[in-house]
Design a protein around this ligand. Structure first.
Ligand code: GLN
Ligand code: ZN
Length: 775
């Protein structure tokens, strides 16, 4: 395609933009408001200023239609809850007294009232607040926020497109409110919810919005026929409204599958679809339903959730095909740019050549604009951009960073035997019993101990050069000493060093592995005001030196009890990073696994007999589509076994996972072949222990008996009660006693008391067991 003879006008747009601001101004203002240092008017002014700056940036870059409604003080699903009036009864009074304070009360809870539950937004690392609904829920429209933002954009002379969470996705993400039967299906409220959306749409039109986008990413998950019928019905209802703006239905994160024909037939003016990654299957699917004749297609060809530069030529080819399939084609990122950092140009510490491979929100915006220009005026109009892009992609492909022949050769030579322990579990278990000499119901913790303010200050001081490496290390050594002494006194059986040297369980390893990059300003909102800077897994992964041996062996030198080595597993290393998109994830996981395998080997060689490889993210990166899960679980479990499979039979491998819904991956948990697994279980009253038992899980397990998400110290009866419940599912010979997760977010006083209780409870329940240990 060099020039077009038929007139095409493709416009550039995005579905949303990072909210926090260049220097996380929103975070600072919101947290200042919580502390009483910033008043409500100042907070509102900061927020309005950020919206203005972001829209202006977008418009200046050449974005034709700016997104509104995507801004949020905390979370856009919570904003939707407010928009439809689904405030939980326990928060009603607070919301009525003061809308802003009530909003934050729903997000964070108060002394007396629990917040909404928080969970991950599809398979991203963004967390939303889960709507709580019941048969008694009454929806009422409150379009104030959405209308306000449309007016603000119009006042700046911009064209707004209001982007809202759609009614189906809202209901499909909701759960039964406390006190409502667990089998209540929120989607049954659709007929009550649609009139509220109708009202909001009318208000937006009255405010001057020509287009409104209803995002329905829940349709990119497997949906039942009944759910697809509900989708069809709601689009029909909303489409047939007399008083409404033009409607786009948006979807992203995966292919639409059976939902695509439903969307294509919907009586609305257009669709916004994802054509990146697994969602590129939408292209053929759209063609096979005859496209969207006469309608608008907003084509998401720039990956909105990863940070790699777009392949512009490839995107132009996709767009060229799409031109034949819709009445009008506009260009966009696949999803809101909320999931990527703001501006790669700020990264001064990165090699300038590597920097050219990266594309954050501002760069993605420019890519979208370039593509729209190329589509409209022909490739000649963007020749310089295409040439630069070709050079950047070539430099990435040819870089020694992305292709390390030694790593490649090693990964290619992995055999099935490398991914298996040398002896069957029963033999291993006997060897470990003899080697470790642990009592029945052994007690342990998950790894981290409180990350005190002093530790964080010491790390900041080290970074800023206020203290030297030696002083910092002295500080860490002292902390490890305290943690070991405490655990010995408390009577724990398998100790940990407490992870004081780790800022973050992924970043700590990323910093030491070749192939990973760190950013300075690459902040991404995780939840509310919490932002993270995910490392970038850019190249082939290798481990130049041992990463954890020093502190682990130091801790072991202080005690005769076993100290557990502590590593982050390959799947979690990928899940909490931006990962290269130029090879299958499984290949990348295998490289990380090999680096970890070396670390495991070094720990073992240096006298560590218990090694835990954490995989808290195994469940959360499960693909959205069930059809893709077996392949994912195959490479994920293989990577774990490759990391851990090389140890002697008497070395005990532990793993750990949090989040309660393990039911659907019990088989995969079994496939890890870890000798011991610790899992979050306290809040669900050991449900996971029963799930393991039902599966016939053959190895040792420690369902958590201490909920670490709250500062509450559990009572002795409570812990013994949970342990007895655990024994109903897991025999005493295979049951461990541990908290739900690491203790880094907790304070020392509650940790001391809680772990003491845990040890006492283990002793109490041990004493109730038939005398002899099961051997
Ligand atoms: N070992 C880690 C810790 O204790 C595990 C953290 C996690 O599961 N998220 O902090
Ligand atoms: Zn955990």
């Amino acid at each position: 395609m060099t020039s077009r003879n038929t007139a095409v006008t493709a416009r550039a747009t995005v579905h949303g933009y990072p909210r926090q601001g260049r220097d996380r101004e929103l975070k600072k203002a919101v947290e200042g408001y919580w502390k009483g240092r910033v008043d409500a008017d100042a907070l509102r002014a900061t927020a309005a200023g950020l919206r203005r700056t972001h829209w202006q940036d977008l418009a200046d870059a050449g974005i034709h239609e700016v997104p509104t409604g995507d801004f949020s003080y905390y979370d856009h699903v919570l904003d939707t809850t407010v928009m439809v009036g689904a405030v939980p009864a326990r928060h009603r009074a607070a919301v009525d007294a003061d809308a802003l304070d009530g909003y934050f009360a729903m997000a964070r809870g108060t002394q007396d009232v629990a917040p909404l539950e928080m969970t991950k937004w599809f398979d991203t690392n963004y967390h939303y607040l889960v709507p709580e609904l019941g048969p008694g829920t009454v929806f009422t429209a409150d379009s104030a926020k959405q209308v306000q933002e449309v007016r603000e954009a119009l006042a700046l002379g911009l064209t707004p497109r209001s982007v809202l969470v759609g009614p189906l996705t809202y209901l499909l993400l909701a759960k039964p409110a406390p006190g409502v039967a667990a089998d209540f299906v929120p989607l049954t409220l659709l007929d009550r919810l649609l009139p509220v959306y109708a009202e909001v749409l009318a208000d937006l039109r009255a405010a001057g919005a020509e287009w409104v986008q209803l995002d329905e990413p829940a349709l990119a998950q497997d949906r039942t026929a009944a759910e697809l019928n509900a989708a069809e019905r709601s689009f029909r209802d909303l489409g047939s409204l007399a008083d409404r703006p033009q409607l786009l239905i948006g979807s992203y994160f995966d292919r639409l599958g059976d939902a695509l024909p439903v969307l294509a037939k919907a009586p609305v003016e257009g669709l916004a679809l994802d054509f990146t990654g697994a969602a590129s299957a939408n292209l053929d699917a759209l063609a096979s339903v005859g496209g969207l004749p006469g309608k608008r297609l907003v084509a998401g060809v720039v990956d909105g959730r990863n940070i790699w530069v777009n392949d512009l030529e490839k995107s132009l080819t996709t767009l060229g095909t799409l031109l034949g399939l819709a009445g009008r084609v506009d260009v966009a990122a696949s999803c809101s740019l909320l999931h990527v950092p703001l501006d790669a140009a700020r990264e001064r510490d990165l090699d300038p050549q590597i920097l050219r491979w990266l594309s954050f929100a501002r760069q993605k915006t420019a890519e979208v604009v370039t593509l729209a220009k190329g589509l409209t005026r022909g490739t000649g109009a963007i020749a310089a951009e295409l040439a630069a892009n070709r050079a950047d992609l070539a430099s990435r492909a040819a870089s020694p960073i992305t292709y390390d022949p030694v790593v490649r050769a090693r990964a290619a030579a992995v055999t099935d035997a490398d991914t298996r322990r040398s002896t069957p579990y029963a033999e291993r278990a006997a060897a470990q019993r003899a080697h470790l000499g642990l009592p029945l119901l052994p007690t342990t913790t998950i790894g981290s101990f409180p990350q005190t303010g002093e530790l964080r200050t010491a790390r900041a001081d080290l970074r800023a050069g206020r203290i030297g490496a030696a002083a910092y290390e002295e500080r860490i050594a002292a902390e490890i000493g305290e943690v070991i002494t405490f655990q010995e006194k408390a009577g724990l059986d398998v100790l940990v060093h407490g992870e004081p040297e780790r800022n973050d369980m992924v970043q700590y390893f990323a910093e030491q592995l070749t192939g990973y990059l760190a950013t300075r300003h690459g902040w991404v909102q995780s939840y509310g005001t919490r932002c993270v800077r995910p490392p970038i897994l850019a190249g082939d992964i290798s481990r130049p030196e041992p990463m954890t041996v020093r502190w682990t062996t130091y801790a072991q030198s202080l005690t005769s009890r076993p100290v557990k080595g502590m590593l982050t597993g390959p799947v979690t290393m990928l899940a909490w990073s931006f990962v290269r998109d130029d090879q299958p994830l499984g290949d990348t996981a295998r490289q990380v696994a090999l680096a970890l395998r070396d670390e495991v080997g070094d720990l073992e060689a240096n006298g560590t007999s218990v090694i835990q490889v954490d995989e808290p993210a195994l469940r959360e990166t499960l693909p959205l589509r069930a059809a893709d899960r077996p392949a994912y679980l195959r490479w994920a479990t293989e990577a774990f076994r490759l990391a851990t499979g090389g140890v002697r039979p008497d070395t005990q491998i532990h793993t750990h996972m949090c989040y309660a819904e393990f039911g659907d991956i019990v088989g995969a948990i079994d496939d890890l072949d870890a000798d011991v697994i610790s899992l979050e279980a306290a809040r669900s009253h050991m449900q996971v222990a029963h799930e393991l038992a039902a599966h016939g899980y053959p190895r040792e397990a420690g369902p958590g008996v201490y909920d670490i998400h709250s500062p509450r110290v559990p009572g002795a009866d409570e812990v013994t009660g949970l342990l007895r419940k655990g024994l109903e599912a897991v025999p005493a010979s295979r049951l461990w006693v541990n908290p739900d997760c690491g203790l880094k977010t907790r304070g020392w006083p509650e940790v001391r008391a809680s772990l003491q209780t845990l040890v006492t409870a283990a002793r109490t329940v041990r004493a109730e067991l038939p005398a002899a240990r099961a051997e």
